[in-house]
Design a binder for this molecule. Sequence first.
Ligand SMILES: [Zn+2]
Length: 254
Amino acid sequence: MPKQVLPGRSPMSAGVVAALGLALALGVPASLRAQRPPELRGSLDKLAEQNRIADENDLTRMDGPAVIRRLVKSGYLVSIPRRGRGYYIDRKLGRGYARRDVLCYARPWVRKFLQREGGHYADEFDGARFKVSSLVRTEGYQELLRSRNPNAARGDQDDTRSPHLTGSALDISKKGMSPRRLAWMREHLVTLQAIGWIIATEEMATNTFHVFVQPDFGPPAESVWEAAPAAGKGSAARHSKAARTRAGRSKRVR
Ligand SMILES: [Zn+2]
């Protein structure tokens, strides 16, 4: 099997980040993204890559509701609001699973993705919201999904475990999305993947976009984007120093 080439991560200048932002804002003609782009095709290599990144970051897989509760307490998982700007959680999420109350959590960087990209979506489409159909999963819930849909990742081999078990993934439903919104979402995900912030696939069997959010999703705190005028330069610098200290401390199972 040919090796899947995934985007590498390299430090970017503020100028490059700003240019990418502009490209995102301008988008491309819908006609160019009327179908699944090759960049969003799924593959075993792409799945293995998500598991590799999760391992590198010592991310725990949720073998049951108790682990989720524990990681929520310690702050490694966060609650995702049912409705936010530009997105909402599917009411049917977790249907048929006895402990569906534990499924509305995710890693902090998934919440960051939703806040940021939900905001872009709402800006672009007059306050519209996209539907989030899956966040963190337990092994039991994954089993349930697999019994309904053979496309759901198998859990019996390290490389093919579902990235949802780590809390770093979300699914965005395509159901009912207009061609213009679909095209925008495809272009958006392709761009975010190219700069190394996410790994995304468009899944035909489940009619969703699967998004694995990288733990360091988003522009670095010291870039022009995050240095909000109100916060002032000094506070932005202090903030990013604190973030680096936290990152240094987090090298353990979480
Ligand atoms: Zn998924």
